[in-house]
Design a protein around this ligand. Structure first.
Ligand code: NAP
Length: 299
């Protein structure tokens, strides 16, 4: 699912922790993606990320426009279908099916949210898993679980890339994730426990079933907030010197309310900024997934 935290602005916290903005990570991922796209074009293949928008939500239309500009900058094609707010579930599935069967389309996303009468999750399940640039199709979750190649869920992959970019050791260290949601906590746990140099961590996942979760977060070398509960992570939940990744957010209108309280920067050794942390890496991963899908389709 492509969410709304797509701003690249970031604020400086008052504390002493090293800041970990997502924008340079995203730039590095996009530069690699542009190189991969150029290699494909030299073989006569234009990588393509298709988008579907349902309805007239201004913010959603804006996010599509950002992706189309990014696609153009990377040398991608970006075919787009705009369905009216009155579109039926069947019409949405037909639009997906047309992109699924088009060999020139390598990646496909449906902009979230869709109008309330439509079932977004049901639509996602009709996307060809090999074109699922959000990496959220159940088959891709299964591939992640067993370690098969396939599109990775964007926010978890973005967090792994952010840790790698800032050379934060993960292997052998204790990672605690607050939240086991399907888009973030659960796939991130699978990703960071994989046997790879940028993962290979001891991962613990805590949630509402673990009322004394601070007992776990206080011992984390790397704490990832993925709950969507504003201010849930307070300084007393953080081990001094730990790395804190704030991925969970809630929106109050257009105002972003992060899980991680600003004061955590006084305790952490390194921390993502309140705005412009994980979000920019998520968007970059869409394009990395799309170019990798194009490579796999043209091996
Ligand atoms: N930055 C980005 O680009 C990006 C991308 C995707 C998602 N997100 C954000 O990440 C957050 C999580 O997304 P999601 O889809 O995984 O959400 P979700 O499915 O709602 O999961 C939230 C998780 O947090 C846990 N939780 C909630 N309140 C808690 C509490 N008081 N104590 C302990 N655990 C608590 C829940 O526990 P239970 O399972 O026990 O209910 C659940 O596991 C959201 O804020 C979302 O906006 C950000």
């Amino acid at each position: 699912m492509t969410t709304t935290s797509e701003s690249t602005e970031h604020h400086t916290p008052t504390g002493t922790a090293r800041l970990l903005p997502g924008a340079p990570v995203a730039e590095a991922v996009l530069a690699e993606t542009a190189d991969a796209a150029a290699r494909l074009r030299s073989r006569g293949i234009t990588p393509s990320l298709a988008t579907i928008l349902v309805g007239d939500d201004d913010a959603s239309a804006g996010y599509i426009a950002i992706k189309q500009r990014q696609a153009a900058a990377l040398g991608f094609a970006s075919p787009h279908v705009h369905l009216p707010a009155t579109a039926t579930q069947a019409e949405l599935h037909q639009a997906i099916a047309r992109f699924n069967s088009d060999p020139a389309v390598h990646g496909l996303l449906v902009q979230y949210p869709v109008p309330g009468h439509l079932d977004y999750d049901a639509a996602l399940q009709t996307i060809d898993p090999d074109k699922d640039v959000d990496g959220m199709h159940p088959l891709n979750m299964g591939r992640l679980a067993v370690g098969l190649p396939g599109p990775l869920p964007c926010t978890p992959a973005g967090i792994e890339a952010l840790l790698a970019y800032y050379e934060i050791p993960v292997a052998g260290r204790e990672v605690v994730i607050l939240g086991r949601g399907a888009t973030l906590g659960r796939p991130l746990a699978m990703l960071l426990a994989q046997k790879r140099p940028t993962a290979n961590a001891a991962v613990t996942v805590v949630h509402t079933g673990v009322p004394d979760w601070p007992r776990y977060t206080r011992r984390a070398d790397i704490l990832v907030a993925a709950a969507g509960v504003p201010g849930i992570v307070q300084p007393e939940h953080v081990k001094p010197g730990a790395v804190v990744i704030g991925a969970g957010v809630r929106y109050d209108g257009r105002r972003l309310l992060p899980d991680v309280d600003e004061a955590c920067a006084e305790v952490a050794g390194a921390i993502t900024p309140r705005v412009g942390g994980v979000g920019p890496t998520t968007v970059a991963m869409l394009f990395r997934n799309a170019v990798r899908a194009a490579e796999r389709a043209n091996q």
